[in-house]
Design a protein around this ligand. Sequence first.
Ligand code: ZN
Ligand code: ZN
Length: 181
Amino acid sequence: MLVSLSEVMNRRGEPLYVEAETGFDVFRMNGVDYPVKNKTQVRLTIKSPSPKRVLIQAEAEYVLSAPCDRCLKEVELSFPLRFQQEVDFSKQEEQPGSLEEISCISGYDLDVDRLIFEELLVAFPAKVLCKEDCRGICNICGADLNAGECGCSRAEAAGEEHLDPRMAAVRDIFKNFTGSS
Ligand SMILES: [Zn+2]
Ligand SMILES: [Zn+2]
């Protein structure tokens, strides 16, 4: 949805309240689609504190569905968004193209989908886990290890990254010891 910012610039200082809708029901990041499970309207407060400057405050809540990085179970991620963005159109007039980095602005319109999309990008966690100590799936038989041991012997298949760091330290000491002898 596009919201025109030219109107608010004519009402000098007096805020404009807008409830906007976003049109996407999938959030796509790095080629992966995360379905939008729930979303509120985007409550926008837009003011122009000085000529050509626009301050946009946005509030919304999005719930995305994402697979756990370890066991692939669907996890609901909640994003309470509350942020503001300032746009100075005088810069654009002095230096055409200077607003290009603010991709949610096109001409004098605010692209609300883009605004929210970018905020979700920033807020998205580096790691998605169904729980802090998720044990993941067995890399041999694919069983969910949170439900219990499957009986596979994964010690060799797991490789070094799954090794307990304390065990790795012991192993390194051992390696040094044998190396020097
Ligand atoms: Zn998990
Ligand atoms: Zn297994």
